[in-house]
Design a binder for this molecule. Structure first.
Ligand code: GMT
Length: 374
């Protein structure tokens, strides 16, 4: 089949999921047409059956703000007509579901039926979509999608709670390719820590919802009890918080901020614990990636995290903001080699439940259903 995929091109989870799913479908012989304002970060455009179509927003002196949704709708229409696409899958409702709705209507006028699937990823529902300037348009366009999926049960419930949605929302969790995890880079660890030191890590877009201050507070408590260092991967507005707390707690060399890097797994594999104390998290793809690399997760209980990180098995879960509890759990694991090893294995086992081979068929089944109803 020929699938149109609309996504953000950035390193955020929704773009990564969209890209992995499209590449997986392409590897199985389907055509994946990515539509975005720039090349998705993880997209390997050299692979067969992969296409990238850029949404070009033309500047015009009258516009202080370029009408991106309009350009996206038109691009979708053009690509569907040119490449005879069978269906459209949009990731992140804003403004993708809205643009998809208009593309669908324009195509209908031309006698072309385009099934639209919208996947809700998190902040499109819990944060951005709540804003009064977006809310009614978001609600309308979700309701107009032929199929709606959400990445966790928590997000599904939240969507029904926050919006007046009169359609079924199916839960299809995010996934990870466990077979792709390369086990052979542990030698890298000696570049950062000595043999008797532990390594903690946090990976995110460093936004407010990630509670970077809690990451720093937890690490400060941990390093008083366990010889350890903290690696931070990612870029975002809260980067300044890292410097502020490093100075405040006199952590100096113990904190290393990598910024944005290509191969996150390369770093994850050498770490002992992943910290995710988020305020909101529909799923926590970064935690799943860590678990697949055998890294237990110390997290908050926000949103869908508990569907991924199982308390007392793949890591520990504490109430949002309870940095003492998160630090206590981290110290308990880091001080007990046997327990840590057990949790590393359990984290890997838990990640297997979200393996590509289990989740991608759910999307394939949905695509087939959408095609059969055409
Ligand atoms: O974490 C972010 O802020 C990025 C955001 C995105 O849309 O890229 O992530 C959301 O989608 C991911 C993929 O489905 C989920 O794993 C994240 O939990 C979710 N983030 C939030 O809900 C805050």
């Amino acid at each position: 089949m020929k699938i149109g995929i609309v996504c953000y091109p950035t390193y955020g989870g929704s773009g990564i999921v969209a890209t992995q799913l499209g590449m997986e479908m392409a590897s199985q012989g389907d055509e994946a047409h990515f539509i975005s304002y720039s090349l998705p970060a993880k997209l390997d455009i050299t692979l067969p059956n992969i296409y990238f179509h850029q949404v070009n927003v033309k500047p015009y002196p009258l516009f202080e703000y370029q009408p991106f949704s309009l350009a996206l709708s038109t691009t979708i229409v053009n690509i569907v007509e040119t490449y005879k696409l069978d269906l459209l899958h949009v990731h992140y409702a804003i403004p993708h579901a809205y643009a998809a709705y208009f593309a669908k209507q324009i195509l209908k006028e031309k006698g072309i039926e385009l099934p639209v699937i919208t996947t809700l990823h998190g902040t499109d529902i819990t944060l951005v979509g709540q804003h009064p300037i977006y809310k009614s348009a978001v609600e309308f366009s979700i309701n107009q999608s032929d199929y709606i999926t959400s990445v966790s049960d928590s997000l599904r419930k939240e969507t029904y709670h926050q919006f007046n949605i009169h359609k079924e929302i199916e839960v299809i969790p995010n996934f990870i390719n466990n077979a792709e995890i390369n086990e052979n880079s542990h030698c890298l660890k000696k570049n950062f820590v000595s043999n008797d030191e532990k390594l903690l890590v946090h990976v995110s877009n460093l936004r407010k919802v990630k509670r970077i201050d809690d990451v720093m507070k937890i690490f400060n408590l941990v390093q008083k009890e366990v010889k350890s260092k903290l690696l931070i991967v990612g870029e975002g507005p809260e980067a300044e918080t890292i410097d502020r707390y490093t100075y405040k707690f006199k952590l100096g060399e113990k904190v290393k901020n990598f910024g944005k890097i290509q191969d996150v797994q390369n770093v994850l594999r050498i770490t002992d614990l992943f910290l995710l104390p988020s305020e909101q998290e529909s799923f926590g793809l970064a935690a799943l990636e860590a678990m697949a690399c055998g890294v237990p997760v110390i997290s908050s209980n926000a949103g869908g995290i508990t569907e991924v990180n199982k308390d007392g098995y793949s890591g520990f879960v504490s109430p949002i903001g309870d940095v003492e509890s998160m630090a206590k759990n981290a110290i308990r694991l880091l001080k007990d080699e046997d327990l840590l090893l057990k949790f590393k294995k359990q984290a890997k086992n838990e990640a297997l439940l979200f393996d590509n081979s289990k989740i991608i068929p759910k999307y394939k089944e949905l695509y087939n259903r959408a095609l059969n109803q055409k």
